[in-house]
Ligand binder design. Structure first.
Ligand SMILES: Cc1ncc(C[n+]2csc(CCOP(=O)(O)OP(=O)(O)O)c2C)c(N)n1
Length: 280
């Protein structure tokens, strides 16, 4: 486990001196802020924390933090995060990136990270578009989305369902947050870091440059009506398949043994429920 600081650092202390170059109104600002608030709340030592990314606007995030970071290759954040956590179980490891990075070029790694269950967090900042390369359709783009010249009649392809696919592939912690609801996002990220195993957090992170209709998310996104996360995968699957992809919350949490098995021993007895008493 990471060293817990005796005194909390401010969220600002986890930010680097580099100013983000995201567009005004980008949801990724809120995700960055939620991550630094989470690290501060959990009193994690910056030198024992690492954020790993692929390529894309969202994948620039490690540069904007003052913890260890690795801005890697498109779609390859998860294998790097896996290797790091296996070699250095004492670190808190977060992988971050976009929907193109994680579900298209990195889709294969996503499936295997879900089934492998190495103890790190994956935050997918889902804006339903390839932002950095100027707005082409991604795996999560709605079928009728017509803004790109490459898909003037929409993609006409059913969008990828990240949470349902994570469940089918064996992920045991699955959550969906929203950049426009930063308080709940912090709470979710605290739970994801505390969770013993691979924790997948899809964050609806608006790209109003290429998808101006996402401004409507603030009227459409709502919380799942769930007193606590499902522990039954069948119940979680029914919930996810009956949803339009805009409901948020921790959907599923049902721990199973970690990989590699020797890290299981190091986990036992180290868990605390730090979200108890968390005030939004
Ligand atoms: C191997 C490879 N293929 C393609 C690219 C071009 N490329 C850079 S970023 C990107 C898509 C980024 O989209 P996403 O992951 O959704 O992140 P966003 O920019 O929307 O945050 C692509 C296709 C690349 N850098 N490397």
């Amino acid at each position: 486990m990471n060293d817990i600081l005796s005194e909390a650092l401010s969220p600002k202390a986890y930010k680097s001196h580099i100013k983000p170059i995201w567009c005004p109104g980008c949801g990724d600002y809120a995700v960055l802020s939620a991550i630094t608030k989470t690290l501060s709340f959990l009193r994690l030592a910056p030198e024992k924390t690492a954020i790993i990314s692929g390529i894309g606007c969202s994948s620039r995030l490690p540069a904007y933090t003052d913890v260890y970071g690795f801005h890697g290759v498109h779609g390859r954040a998860l294998p790097v995060a896996t290797g790091l956590k296996v070699a250095r179980p004492d670190l808190t490891v977060l992988a971050v990136g976009g929907d193109g990075d994680g579900f298209s070029i990195g889709g294969n790694h996503f499936l295997h990270a879900c089934r492998r269950n190495v103890d790190f967090v994956y935050i997918a900042m889902d804006n339903e578009v390839y932002g950095m390369t100027k707005g082409q359709a991604s795996p999560t783009t709605p079928a009728t989305w017509e803004h790109s010249k490459l898909t003037p009649h929409g993609t006409q392809i059913r969008p990828f369902q990240p949470c349902a696919i994570a469940l089918a592939a064996g992920a045991t912690f699955i959550a969906r947050g929203y950049s426009g609801d930063p308080g709940n996002l912090v709470k979710m990220l605290v739970e994801a870091i505390e969770y013993p195993g691979f924790a997948f957090v899809q964050v609806l992170s608006q790209c109003i440059t290429f998808c101006p209709e996402q401004k409507q998310w603030k009227h459409q996104v709502r919380e799942f009506d769930l007193p606590e996360p499902c522990s039954d995968p069948v119940q979680a699957a029914m919930l996810l398949h009956g949803d339009d992809g805009l409901s948020t919350g921790v959907i599923y949490a049902s721990p199973r043994p970690l990989w590699p098995p020797e890290q299981q021993v190091q986990q036992e007895g180290s868990l605390t429920s730090m979200t108890e008493g968390f005030v939004l």
